[in-house]
Design a protein around this ligand. Structure first.
Ligand SMILES: Cc1cc2nc3c(=O)[nH]c(=O)nc-3n(C[C@H](O)[C@H](O)[C@H](O)COP(=O)(O)O)c2cc1C
Length: 199
């Protein structure tokens, strides 16, 4: 599957069937995560794989989200914010969030390609999750990713229209100026040419 199709195919899956996700598959996801961009290439992220059922249940409680307990595995995404903040100051807080978010998206996409459902969980009691997974005080917990096989993929939730979220050159300007974007016109022509070709 091409990357655009993969991006659109990814869904937050919250209904899992029983199964064991091999460590090899999860490691491949984390391998993709470490190739995400990060501020100053600091790679200040850490990933904890959890398969233990008791721990998964505790995490479900810490997040107060019932469906988590039926997932086949979990990845806890953490970061060392201190190292980023020592270099970039207050802005480092934002960078840590962005670094881990880029890594998380890579994990979700590799899982999607493997037919494994995921859900990005942001709402949880961080202190409780730290306790369950023995995460040090000075490490932040950014997200929990549930992993699980599924029988039905949810229908895609609606997306905002492109024209409502895209501005040209300045905030609020929705007027497309073709003269400023010759490459887009060129691409359009090329795409039309390809479409008109007979198989
Ligand atoms: C930062 C962040 C936090 C989220 N937290 C939760 C969560 O706590 N529980 C949950 O069920 N889904 C959570 N989601 C998933 C969103 O609800 C979901 O991505 C959104 O509804 C769009 O659906 P889709 O992922 O299928 O495209 C979170 C997503 C993001 C990016």
């Amino acid at each position: 599957m091409g990357v655009i199709d993969l991006i659109k195919d990814r869904r937050s899956v919250r209904d899992y069937v029983k199964g064991d996700i091999p460590y090899e598959d999860i490691i491949e996801m984390i391998d993709a995560a470490r190739w995400a961009p990060s501020s100053g290439n600091l790679q200040n992220w850490y990933f904890i794989i959890i398969k233990n059922r008791e721990k998964i249940e505790k995490i479900s409680l810490a997040a107060n989200q019932e469906f988590i307990k039926n997932s086949n595995a979990i990845i806890i995404v953490c970061s060392n914010d201190k190292i980023v903040e020592s270099i970039y100051g207050d802005r480092g807080k934002v960078y840590s969030i962005q670094n881990t978010a880029a890594a998380i998206q890579n994990i979700l996409l590799v899982a999607t390609e493997k037919g494994i459902g995921t859900c990005w969980i942001g709402a949880f009691d961080e202190e409780k999750v730290k306790e369950i997974a023995k995460i040090p005080k000075d490490i932040s917990v950014h997200a929990i990713i549930t992993l699980g096989y599924y029988s039905n993929k949810p229908t895609p939730p609606k997306r905002k229209n492109l024209e409502d979220i895209t501005f040209f050159e300045e905030w609020g300007n929705k007027t497309y100026k073709p003269s400023l974007y010759p490459i887009m016109d060129y691409l359009k022509e090329e795409i039309n040419k390809i479409k008109s070709l007979k198989p």
